[in-house]
Design a binder for this molecule. Structure first.
Ligand code: PHE
Length: 340
Protein backbone atom coordinates (compact mmCIF):
# COMPACT_ATOMS: atom_id res chain seq x y z
CA UNK A 1 0.00 0.00 0.00
CA UNK A 2 2.78 2.36 0.93
CA UNK A 3 4.36 1.77 -2.46
CA UNK A 4 1.14 2.36 -4.26
CA UNK A 5 0.75 5.66 -2.48
CA UNK A 6 4.35 6.55 -3.21
CA UNK A 7 3.72 5.93 -6.91
CA UNK A 8 0.58 8.01 -6.90
CA UNK A 9 2.50 10.78 -5.20
CA UNK A 10 5.43 10.71 -7.63
CA UNK A 11 3.20 10.47 -10.64
CA UNK A 12 0.99 13.30 -9.38
CA UNK A 13 3.90 15.61 -8.63
CA UNK A 14 5.45 14.92 -12.01
CA UNK A 15 2.14 15.67 -13.73
CA UNK A 16 1.66 18.83 -11.70
CA UNK A 17 5.12 20.13 -12.39
CA UNK A 18 4.87 19.50 -16.09
CA UNK A 19 1.53 21.35 -16.33
CA UNK A 20 1.86 24.40 -18.52
CA UNK A 21 -1.34 26.20 -17.60
CA UNK A 22 -4.04 26.62 -14.99
CA UNK A 23 -6.51 24.57 -17.06
CA UNK A 24 -4.16 21.64 -17.25
CA UNK A 25 -3.50 21.91 -13.52
CA UNK A 26 -7.25 21.73 -12.89
CA UNK A 27 -7.42 18.52 -14.91
CA UNK A 28 -4.55 17.01 -12.99
CA UNK A 29 -6.14 17.98 -9.67
CA UNK A 30 -9.37 16.27 -10.78
CA UNK A 31 -7.58 13.13 -11.93
CA UNK A 32 -6.00 12.68 -8.50
CA UNK A 33 -8.14 14.35 -5.89
CA UNK A 34 -11.50 14.59 -7.72
CA UNK A 35 -14.52 12.34 -7.13
CA UNK A 36 -13.12 9.73 -9.46
CA UNK A 37 -9.50 10.60 -8.70
CA UNK A 38 -6.75 8.10 -8.00
CA UNK A 39 -6.27 9.07 -4.37
CA UNK A 40 -10.01 9.26 -3.78
CA UNK A 41 -10.23 5.68 -5.03
CA UNK A 42 -7.67 4.65 -2.42
CA UNK A 43 -9.73 6.35 0.30
CA UNK A 44 -12.83 4.58 -0.93
CA UNK A 45 -10.90 1.28 -0.70
CA UNK A 46 -10.17 1.84 3.03
CA UNK A 47 -13.08 -0.42 3.93
CA UNK A 48 -11.07 -3.37 2.57
CA UNK A 49 -8.08 -2.55 4.77
CA UNK A 50 -7.95 -4.57 7.97
CA UNK A 51 -9.15 -2.39 10.86
CA UNK A 52 -5.87 -2.52 12.74
CA UNK A 53 -4.00 -1.12 9.68
CA UNK A 54 -6.48 1.64 9.00
CA UNK A 55 -4.94 4.38 11.20
CA UNK A 56 -1.55 3.87 9.59
CA UNK A 57 -2.87 3.66 6.06
CA UNK A 58 -5.10 6.65 6.76
CA UNK A 59 -2.09 8.61 7.89
CA UNK A 60 -0.16 7.66 4.70
CA UNK A 61 -3.07 8.70 2.56
CA UNK A 62 -3.29 12.01 4.38
CA UNK A 63 0.42 12.64 4.04
CA UNK A 64 0.26 11.85 0.35
CA UNK A 65 -2.70 14.14 -0.04
CA UNK A 66 -1.00 16.98 1.81
CA UNK A 67 2.20 16.59 -0.19
CA UNK A 68 0.27 16.66 -3.45
CA UNK A 69 -1.78 19.67 -2.36
CA UNK A 70 1.30 21.58 -1.31
CA UNK A 71 2.86 21.10 -4.73
CA UNK A 72 -0.46 21.87 -6.37
CA UNK A 73 -0.80 25.16 -4.44
CA UNK A 74 2.73 26.21 -5.26
CA UNK A 75 2.22 25.41 -8.90
CA UNK A 76 -1.11 27.21 -9.00
CA UNK A 77 0.47 30.34 -7.50
CA UNK A 78 3.34 30.19 -9.95
CA UNK A 79 1.05 29.76 -12.95
CA UNK A 80 -1.32 32.47 -11.72
CA UNK A 81 1.57 34.88 -11.34
CA UNK A 82 2.76 33.90 -14.79
CA UNK A 83 -0.73 34.47 -16.29
CA UNK A 84 -0.96 37.87 -14.61
CA UNK A 85 2.45 38.87 -15.87
CA UNK A 86 1.45 37.85 -19.40
CA UNK A 87 -1.78 39.85 -19.12
CA UNK A 88 0.11 42.92 -17.93
CA UNK A 89 2.50 42.49 -20.82
CA UNK A 90 -0.35 42.24 -23.34
CA UNK A 91 -2.20 45.22 -21.90
CA UNK A 92 0.86 47.39 -21.52
CA UNK A 93 0.24 51.01 -22.50
CA UNK A 94 2.96 53.22 -23.87
CA UNK A 95 2.22 56.46 -22.08
CA UNK A 96 4.79 58.27 -24.18
CA UNK A 97 2.86 57.62 -27.41
CA UNK A 98 1.17 60.73 -28.86
CA UNK A 99 -2.53 60.77 -27.96
CA UNK A 100 -5.22 60.39 -30.59
CA UNK A 101 -6.57 63.92 -30.78
CA UNK A 102 -10.29 64.42 -30.53
CA UNK A 103 -11.50 66.47 -33.46
CA UNK A 104 -12.98 69.66 -32.12
CA UNK A 105 -15.26 71.94 -34.02
CA UNK A 106 -14.65 75.64 -34.51
CA UNK A 107 -16.80 78.69 -34.93
CA UNK A 108 -17.79 79.82 -38.39
CA UNK A 109 -15.32 82.40 -39.78
CA UNK A 110 -18.06 85.05 -39.85
CA UNK A 111 -18.84 84.38 -36.19
CA UNK A 112 -15.12 84.50 -35.39
CA UNK A 113 -14.66 87.88 -37.09
CA UNK A 114 -17.88 89.19 -35.53
CA UNK A 115 -16.64 88.15 -32.08
CA UNK A 116 -13.23 89.70 -32.66
CA UNK A 117 -14.77 93.02 -33.75
CA UNK A 118 -17.23 92.93 -30.85
CA UNK A 119 -14.34 92.37 -28.42
CA UNK A 120 -12.41 95.31 -29.86
CA UNK A 121 -15.35 97.70 -29.81
CA UNK A 122 -16.68 96.69 -26.41
CA UNK A 123 -13.17 97.22 -25.01
CA UNK A 124 -13.50 100.80 -26.35
CA UNK A 125 -16.76 101.21 -24.46
CA UNK A 126 -19.30 100.37 -27.17
CA UNK A 127 -22.50 98.56 -26.19
CA UNK A 128 -24.06 95.91 -28.43
CA UNK A 129 -27.52 96.47 -29.86
CA UNK A 130 -29.09 93.74 -31.97
CA UNK A 131 -31.72 94.91 -34.40
CA UNK A 132 -34.19 92.84 -36.39
CA UNK A 133 -33.75 91.40 -39.88
CA UNK A 134 -37.25 92.42 -40.93
CA UNK A 135 -37.59 96.18 -40.91
CA UNK A 136 -40.03 98.77 -42.10
CA UNK A 137 -39.25 100.95 -45.07
CA UNK A 138 -39.22 103.89 -42.63
CA UNK A 139 -36.33 102.62 -40.46
CA UNK A 140 -34.30 101.16 -43.30
CA UNK A 141 -34.60 104.19 -45.60
CA UNK A 142 -36.85 107.15 -44.81
CA UNK A 143 -35.54 107.90 -41.32
CA UNK A 144 -32.02 107.56 -42.73
CA UNK A 145 -32.67 110.53 -45.01
CA UNK A 146 -33.57 108.28 -47.94
CA UNK A 147 -37.24 109.00 -48.67
CA UNK A 148 -39.22 107.24 -51.42
CA UNK A 149 -37.91 108.13 -54.89
CA UNK A 150 -34.54 109.20 -53.43
CA UNK A 151 -31.91 108.12 -55.96
CA UNK A 152 -29.79 106.60 -53.16
CA UNK A 153 -32.35 103.80 -52.85
CA UNK A 154 -30.90 102.45 -56.09
CA UNK A 155 -27.58 101.85 -54.25
CA UNK A 156 -29.21 98.88 -52.52
CA UNK A 157 -31.41 96.44 -54.42
CA UNK A 158 -34.04 95.66 -51.82
CA UNK A 159 -36.11 92.56 -51.04
CA UNK A 160 -39.54 93.95 -50.18
CA UNK A 161 -41.91 91.76 -48.17
CA UNK A 162 -44.80 94.21 -48.67
CA UNK A 163 -45.02 97.92 -49.44
CA UNK A 164 -44.18 98.59 -45.79
CA UNK A 165 -41.92 95.71 -44.72
CA UNK A 166 -38.60 94.62 -46.14
CA UNK A 167 -35.47 92.60 -45.30
CA UNK A 168 -33.10 95.24 -43.98
CA UNK A 169 -30.44 96.19 -46.50
CA UNK A 170 -28.18 97.72 -43.85
CA UNK A 171 -27.68 97.56 -40.10
CA UNK A 172 -27.97 101.38 -40.20
CA UNK A 173 -31.68 100.81 -39.59
CA UNK A 174 -30.69 100.03 -36.00
CA UNK A 175 -29.26 103.56 -35.55
CA UNK A 176 -32.76 105.01 -35.62
CA UNK A 177 -34.18 102.52 -33.10
CA UNK A 178 -31.31 103.27 -30.71
CA UNK A 179 -31.62 107.06 -31.05
CA UNK A 180 -35.38 106.90 -30.55
CA UNK A 181 -34.98 104.80 -27.41
CA UNK A 182 -31.95 106.40 -25.81
CA UNK A 183 -30.67 109.90 -25.08
CA UNK A 184 -27.05 110.76 -25.90
CA UNK A 185 -24.35 109.91 -25.05
CA UNK A 186 -24.79 106.93 -27.35
CA UNK A 187 -22.01 104.50 -28.22
CA UNK A 188 -23.24 101.29 -29.81
CA UNK A 189 -22.31 98.63 -32.32
CA UNK A 190 -24.96 96.56 -34.04
CA UNK A 191 -23.93 93.33 -35.78
CA UNK A 192 -26.32 91.33 -37.93
CA UNK A 193 -27.44 89.88 -41.23
CA UNK A 194 -28.50 92.18 -44.07
CA UNK A 195 -30.02 91.36 -47.46
CA UNK A 196 -29.65 92.73 -50.98
CA UNK A 197 -30.47 91.28 -54.36
CA UNK A 198 -26.83 91.03 -55.31
CA UNK A 199 -24.85 87.96 -56.33
CA UNK A 200 -21.28 87.58 -57.60
CA UNK A 201 -17.81 86.54 -56.38
CA UNK A 202 -17.71 89.28 -53.75
CA UNK A 203 -21.44 89.78 -53.11
CA UNK A 204 -24.04 87.48 -51.59
CA UNK A 205 -27.79 88.15 -51.21
CA UNK A 206 -27.31 87.67 -47.48
CA UNK A 207 -24.28 89.06 -45.73
CA UNK A 208 -23.24 90.45 -42.38
CA UNK A 209 -22.59 94.00 -41.26
CA UNK A 210 -21.51 95.68 -38.11
CA UNK A 211 -22.86 99.14 -37.57
CA UNK A 212 -21.28 101.63 -35.23
CA UNK A 213 -22.86 104.81 -33.88
CA UNK A 214 -21.48 107.41 -31.50
CA UNK A 215 -23.53 110.48 -30.54
CA UNK A 216 -22.23 112.90 -27.95
CA UNK A 217 -21.22 116.53 -27.44
CA UNK A 218 -18.53 117.76 -29.83
CA UNK A 219 -18.10 114.59 -31.90
CA UNK A 220 -16.26 115.26 -35.19
CA UNK A 221 -14.75 113.41 -38.13
CA UNK A 222 -11.44 113.45 -36.21
CA UNK A 223 -12.96 111.24 -33.51
CA UNK A 224 -14.05 108.82 -36.21
CA UNK A 225 -10.61 108.78 -37.80
CA UNK A 226 -8.88 108.29 -34.43
CA UNK A 227 -11.15 105.46 -33.44
CA UNK A 228 -10.76 103.76 -36.84
CA UNK A 229 -6.96 103.99 -36.60
CA UNK A 230 -7.04 102.16 -33.28
CA UNK A 231 -9.52 99.63 -34.64
CA UNK A 232 -7.64 98.67 -37.83
CA UNK A 233 -4.37 98.29 -35.94
CA UNK A 234 -6.01 95.76 -33.67
CA UNK A 235 -7.63 93.78 -36.44
CA UNK A 236 -4.96 93.94 -39.19
CA UNK A 237 -1.74 94.76 -37.31
CA UNK A 238 0.16 97.67 -35.74
CA UNK A 239 1.78 98.84 -38.98
CA UNK A 240 -1.59 99.43 -40.71
CA UNK A 241 -2.91 102.98 -41.16
CA UNK A 242 -6.12 104.44 -42.55
CA UNK A 243 -7.06 106.85 -45.30
CA UNK A 244 -10.42 108.54 -45.74
CA UNK A 245 -11.83 109.13 -49.22
CA UNK A 246 -14.90 111.29 -49.88
CA UNK A 247 -18.02 109.26 -50.53
CA UNK A 248 -21.76 109.56 -50.31
CA UNK A 249 -24.35 108.09 -47.96
CA UNK A 250 -27.64 109.94 -47.41
CA UNK A 251 -27.44 109.56 -43.64
CA UNK A 252 -23.91 110.93 -43.18
CA UNK A 253 -22.46 114.30 -44.12
CA UNK A 254 -19.60 114.33 -44.85
CA UNK A 255 -19.40 110.68 -45.87
CA UNK A 256 -16.21 108.75 -46.28
CA UNK A 257 -14.94 105.47 -47.60
CA UNK A 258 -12.22 104.11 -45.33
CA UNK A 259 -9.17 102.41 -46.78
CA UNK A 260 -6.42 100.64 -44.86
CA UNK A 261 -2.83 100.47 -46.00
CA UNK A 262 -2.31 97.02 -47.52
CA UNK A 263 -1.31 94.68 -44.70
CA UNK A 264 0.12 92.18 -47.18
CA UNK A 265 2.60 94.34 -49.10
CA UNK A 266 2.87 97.21 -46.62
CA UNK A 267 1.64 99.68 -49.26
CA UNK A 268 4.04 98.84 -52.11
CA UNK A 269 1.29 97.36 -54.24
CA UNK A 270 0.37 93.69 -54.64
CA UNK A 271 -2.41 91.44 -55.93
CA UNK A 272 -4.51 91.86 -52.79
CA UNK A 273 -4.59 95.68 -53.00
CA UNK A 274 -4.68 95.55 -56.84
CA UNK A 275 -1.40 97.43 -56.97
CA UNK A 276 -2.78 100.50 -55.16
CA UNK A 277 -1.30 99.91 -51.71
CA UNK A 278 -4.74 100.53 -50.15
CA UNK A 279 -7.74 98.31 -49.40
CA UNK A 280 -11.26 99.60 -48.92
CA UNK A 281 -12.77 98.26 -45.71
CA UNK A 282 -15.79 100.29 -44.66
CA UNK A 283 -18.15 103.21 -45.13
CA UNK A 284 -18.58 105.91 -42.52
CA UNK A 285 -19.29 109.57 -41.88
CA UNK A 286 -20.58 112.26 -39.59
CA UNK A 287 -24.24 111.61 -38.86
CA UNK A 288 -26.42 113.85 -41.01
CA UNK A 289 -28.18 116.52 -38.90
CA UNK A 290 -31.47 115.60 -40.53
CA UNK A 291 -31.19 112.07 -39.13
CA UNK A 292 -30.41 113.29 -35.61
CA UNK A 293 -33.22 115.84 -35.72
CA UNK A 294 -35.66 113.20 -36.97
CA UNK A 295 -34.90 111.28 -33.77
CA UNK A 296 -35.45 114.37 -31.60
CA UNK A 297 -31.77 114.99 -30.87
CA UNK A 298 -30.73 118.63 -30.49
CA UNK A 299 -28.05 119.18 -33.13
CA UNK A 300 -26.86 122.41 -31.52
CA UNK A 301 -25.70 120.33 -28.62
CA UNK A 302 -24.95 116.92 -30.10
CA UNK A 303 -23.25 115.44 -33.12
CA UNK A 304 -22.15 111.96 -34.02
CA UNK A 305 -20.37 109.61 -36.34
CA UNK A 306 -21.43 106.28 -37.79
CA UNK A 307 -19.71 103.49 -39.63
CA UNK A 308 -20.72 100.23 -41.33
CA UNK A 309 -18.32 97.31 -41.69
CA UNK A 310 -18.87 94.38 -44.05
CA UNK A 311 -17.93 91.33 -41.99
CA UNK A 312 -17.52 88.98 -44.97
CA UNK A 313 -15.17 91.49 -46.57
CA UNK A 314 -13.00 91.60 -43.43
CA UNK A 315 -13.04 87.78 -43.22
CA UNK A 316 -12.09 87.44 -46.91
CA UNK A 317 -9.21 89.89 -46.49
CA UNK A 318 -7.99 88.36 -43.23
CA UNK A 319 -8.08 84.75 -44.36
CA UNK A 320 -7.27 85.26 -48.06
CA UNK A 321 -10.63 84.02 -49.36
CA UNK A 322 -11.33 85.08 -52.94
CA UNK A 323 -14.96 84.02 -53.31
CA UNK A 324 -17.65 84.97 -50.79
CA UNK A 325 -19.54 81.75 -51.57
CA UNK A 326 -16.80 79.74 -49.84
CA UNK A 327 -18.05 81.24 -46.60
CA UNK A 328 -21.58 79.94 -47.12
CA UNK A 329 -21.07 76.51 -48.67
CA UNK A 330 -20.36 74.77 -45.34
CA UNK A 331 -17.42 72.93 -46.90
CA UNK A 332 -15.44 71.60 -43.93
CA UNK A 333 -12.23 71.55 -45.99
CA UNK A 334 -12.51 75.35 -46.08
CA UNK A 335 -13.98 75.99 -42.63
CA UNK A 336 -11.48 73.70 -40.85
CA UNK A 337 -8.63 75.92 -41.98
CA UNK A 338 -10.00 79.02 -40.34
CA UNK A 339 -9.57 78.94 -36.58
CA UNK A 340 -8.10 81.96 -34.87
N1 PHE B 1 -25.04 101.44 -44.37
C1 PHE B 1 -23.95 101.71 -45.28
C2 PHE B 1 -23.94 100.60 -46.32
O1 PHE B 1 -24.47 99.56 -46.06
C3 PHE B 1 -22.64 101.78 -44.56
C4 PHE B 1 -22.55 102.97 -43.63
C5 PHE B 1 -22.92 102.85 -42.32
C6 PHE B 1 -22.07 104.17 -44.11
C7 PHE B 1 -22.82 103.94 -41.47
C8 PHE B 1 -21.96 105.27 -43.29
C9 PHE B 1 -22.35 105.14 -41.96
O2 PHE B 1 -23.38 100.74 -47.37
Amino acid sequence: MKEKLQKIREHAIAEIESSDGLDKLGEVRNAILGKKGELTAVLKGMKDVPPEDRPKVGQWVNETREAIETVLDECTKRLEAEALRRRYEAEKIDVTMPAVMNKKGNLHPITQVCNQLTDIFTSMGFEVYEGTEIETDYYNFTALNTPQDHPARDMQDTFYLSSEYLLRTQTSAGQIHVMEAKKPPIKIISPGKVFRSDDDATHSPMFTQMEGLVVDKGITLCDLKGMLEAFVKRIFGKQVTTRLRPSYFPFTEPSVEVDVSCFQCGGKGCKLCKGTGWIEVLGAGVVNRKVLEGCGIDTDEYSGFAFGIGIERIAMLKYGINNIKLLFESDLRVLDQIDD
